[in-house]
Each structure stands twice: as structure tokens, then as C-alpha cells.
Ligand binder design. Structure first.
Ligand code: SAM
Length: 224
């Protein structure tokens, strides 16, 4: 019997954002590996799915990868979820997939929410070409170097950021991309979802006057 690894996308805030297929795959899995078992347990309870849950987070992913591949090789149906959105996208998943690829095992993606794509699709910035950056380096020198590297990319840049660092990041972006159109997409799929458009300087002024709350995707117009 051949097993399978299923990468299952889960909601990024709105519990309605889960596909019928995701629910079926989760309910048919032999085991679900989750970034945070307590978090995923709430999702499963909400949908009346009872399954063995095991953790697979940033610190255990390397060790878990071979264990998951062993289970799939032995015929297991293994689902992998992260706390929110698509596994492997600024979340654990890549190493597990790589381990299964190396062993020639079957892998499927169960598509669904992803903050980057949700933000891009409603941003009003170019969608024909984009570059997913994820989180910028925290240290100022490394962040500045990264932004300079990114300045030559023609597509829309998609950056993940927390509310605690948004102002500092906008300051750094303002120094390197002062004139580019930008969007700060906040609390996507939630009650206080907001798309704020402007330049880095106008967005910074806004978030200095209004305490930034919730999670953010920052989008920057691509280079010429
Ligand atoms: N795997 C996730 C995905 O598919 O988008 C991303 C996980 S990453 C650890 C978390 C970051 O994604 C947050 O810091 C934020 O930048 C972004 N994010 C996640 N949910 C969001 C939401 N509802 N609104 C805006 N940004 C969000």
C-alpha cells in the first residue's frame, strides 16, 4: 500500500476559510503533524475531526522529517499543517517535503489560504510578477543589505511582518524605496481587515499615529 504526505492549508484568521478537500484529507489521515498541536486541536474540534496529533515545529522539523518519511514509506497517510495558512510558506514544511522527495514518496498540496497571495490579489499592485520575501532580517545592517538586493527585482515584493516591528521596517523601506507605491495589508480575513495604501513614509506616519495591531503583509511596487 502506498502512503502519501498531504500539505494542508488552514485558515489565516477566518475559520470559514478551509476547503472541503482539506477537511476530507484531515479526516482520512492516519496522523496529523502540526506546528502547534493545541492550536490545531481547536481547528479539528471545530470540525469534529478526531485524529492523532503530533508536533512538527521549527525546532523539531529536521528530526521529524525522516520520521514522517518513514511513515509515508510504510503506507501511512500523513497530513502536515502549520498554525495558519500554507505549510512551508514562512512555516515548517519544506524539510519534510524534501525528505519525502528524496525518497521518491507521493506528496500532494491541498491549497487554501496564504497571507501573501491574499494580500497580493487585493493590493492593486502588479500581480503578473512578484517576489516572495517572507520575513526580512531583524538586524538593521542585514535588513538594509537585503532591501538593496531586492531593489532590482521588477515584480511586487511581498514581505511578512509583525505589528511590533512594522514601524522599524517601514523606516528602513522608506530609506531605500522612498517613492514606490506600497500596501500594508493587516488582519486579512478577519473583522478588522485593512488595506492601507501609500508610500513607506505615509504608511509610517499612519502607524506612528495609530498603534499597529494584528499581523501584516507589506507589499512594495517592483523596480523599474
Ligand atoms: N504560512 C503562512 C501563510 O501561508 O501565509 C504564513 C505564516 S508566517 C509564520 C506568519 C506571518 O504571515 C505573519 O507575521 C504575517 O506577516 C503573515 N500573516 C499571517 N496571517 C495573516 C493575516 N491574517 N493578515 C495579515 N498577515 C498575515
Amino acid at each position: 500500500m502506498s502512503g502519501k504526505l498531504s500539505l494542508v492549508a488552514t485558515p489565516i484568521g477566518n475559520m470559514e476559510d478551509i476547503t472541503l478537500r482539506a477537511l476530507r484529507v484531515l479526516s482520512e489521515a492516519d496522523v496529523i503533524f502540526a506546528e502547534d498541536t493545541r492550536h490545531t486541536s481547536n481547528l479539528l474540534t471545530h470540525h469534529e475531526i478526531r485524529k492523532p496529533l503530533q508536533s512538527c515545529h521549527d525546532f523539531s522539523e529536521a528530526r521529524r522529517s525522516s520520521e514522517i518519511a518513514d511513515r509515508v514509506a510504510a503506507g501511512g497517510r500523513v497530513a502536515l499543517v502549520s498554525d495558519a495558512g500554507t505549510p512551508g510558506i514562512s512555516d515548517p514544511g519544506f524539510r519534510v517535503v524534501r525528505a519525502c522527495v528524496e525518497r521518491g514518496l507521493e506528496i500532494e498540496a491541498i491549497p487554501g489560504p496564504c497571507a501573501a497571495i491574499a494580500a497580493l490579489s487585493a493590493s492593486g499592485l502588479a500581480t503578473d510578477e512578484f517576489h516572495f520575501v517572507g520575513f526580512l532580517p531583524v538586524k538593521s545592517g542585514a535588513c538594509e543589505r537585503r532591501l538593496r538586493e531586492l531593489s532590482i527585482i521588477p515584480g511586487t515584493l511581498i514581505i511578512y511582518e509583525s505589528p511590533y516591528r512594522i514601524a522599524r521596517t517601514l523606516e528602513r523601506i522608506a530609506a531605500i524605496f522612498p517613492d514606490r507605491r506600497m500596501v500594508a495589508a493587516r488582519e486579512l480575513t478577519k473583522k478588522f481587515e485593512e488595506f492601507r495604501r501609500g508610500t513607506a513614509a505615509t504608511l509610517l506616519a499612519h502607524f506612528q499615529a495609530h498603534v499597529p495591531r494584528g499581523e501584516f503583509v507589506i507589499l512594495v511596487e517592483g523596480g523599474e
